[in-house]
Write a protein that binds this ligand. Structure first.
Ligand code: GLN
Length: 334
């Protein structure tokens, strides 16, 4: 389906439907209560397939909520840094929307959860590693291949600069994580070459995989993730620095893709429980966005079978409910 421009593509003429966070003291009390509620939860296992991540402490746990007014509320290890991993995919997609326009990005990458018909038997048989959307590895490496720049250094600098605008501080790569991943990512290189064969890779596949591995190794904290999420919740303007990190009209596109695929094969259950777009990473981070209200960042390394942080999912579900963030919730007209 081709699309004609709508008023909502131009922020000054479109209306938005959002509310506000509860008062500051309530938000901090609930963030602290959620932290206490889940800090001793023992489920999940730290990711083992990337050697440098296997050494993470299972007890590390941090949470931060950033309001669109720029206020931060945190508990636990909210300043501890870890590799952003798959959460980088969403910010690189945002960058590519900016570089190509969201329609071109959709055409080149896809924005569906499976990309197959409603009654497809193949959809059950295939795993997620296809260029169906920018948040599974195939689509993510294809997305990285579209980033402005010719050399790996130029492309990576475009990515770090873009992610740093979201975080409001200059982010840096963890060299140890990068080397560890680069030495063990034959699978991602294979995916990139396979896509190249299908004409769905937009630069040299090894270069794209290398830049992708670097972007996954960028260090962030739960606090950074909260601010990055709040930027997407705030029409693309970082609520702490006031800098525009992404065009307003692209935020809703990026969030729609997150809602569809941000937690991989558990995205439907996540949406059912939390009612908000979110994105997880294999080092234990999750970023969640409450449009018009704020962003949530969580960090806890033990993961479930799909690779999503166990404590992160629990506390985000708790806070979505307690702070009244679920996008699908309504009260009867009085
Ligand atoms: N760098 C990791 C990989 O490609 C990212 C995976 C993730 O965070 N889920 O395997």
């Amino acid at each position: 389906m081709d699309h004609d421009p709508l008023p909502g593509d131009h922020p000054e003429t479109g209306h938005v439907s959002t509310g506000a966070l509860p008062p500051d003291t309530d938000v901090q009390a609930l963030v602290s209560a959620g932290y206490e509620r889940y800090r001793h939860l023992g489920e999940g296992a730290v990711a083992g397939y990337i050697p440098a991540l296997a050494a993470a402490s299972p007890s590390a746990f941090g949470v931060c909520v950033a309001g669109v007014g720029g206020r931060l509320f945190s508990a636990g290890d909210a300043d501890q840094e870890f590799a952003i991993e798959s959460i980088s995919k969403l910010f690189v997609f945002a960058l590519v929307c900016h570089a190509l326009g969201h329609d071109q990005a959709r055409r080149k990458l896809g924005v569906n959860s499976t990309g197959l018909p409603f009654n497809s038997v193949m959809a059950i048989e295939l795993n997620a590693d296809r260029t169906m959307n920018p948040l599974v590895n195939a689509g993510a490496i294809a997305t990285t291949s579209l980033v402005p720049g010719t050399t790996a250094e130029e492309k990576f600098e475009s990515i770090v600069a873009a992610m740093s605008r979201f975080a409001g501080r200059r982010l840096v790569m963890d060299g140890g994580v990068y080397e560890s991943e680069a030495a063990t990512n034959d699978r991602n290189r294979g995916i990139a070459h396979l896509l190249d064969g299908y004409g769905r890779m937009y630069c040299d596949p090894d270069l794209a995989t290398d830049v992708y591995t670097r972007q996954c190794s960028v260090r962030v904290s739960a606090r950074d993730l909260a601010v990055m999420g709040a930027t997407l919740a705030n029409g693309g303007v970082n609520p702490v620095t006031g800098e525009q990190a992404i065009e307003t009209s692209y935020c809703k596109r990026v969030l729609a893709v997150l809602a569809t695929a941000g937690l991989y094969e558990q995205s439907g259950e996540w949406l059912y429980d939390v009612g908000l777009p979110g994105k997880s990473g294999v080092a234990g981070g999750i970023v969640t966005v409450s449009p018009g209200k704020g962003g949530l960042g969580t960090f806890s390394p033990p993961l479930d079978a799909a690779g999503n942080s166990v404590r992160g999912q629990h506390i985000t579900r708790y806070l979505s409910e307690a702070l009244g963030l679920n996008l699908f919730a309504s009260a009867p007209f009085a």
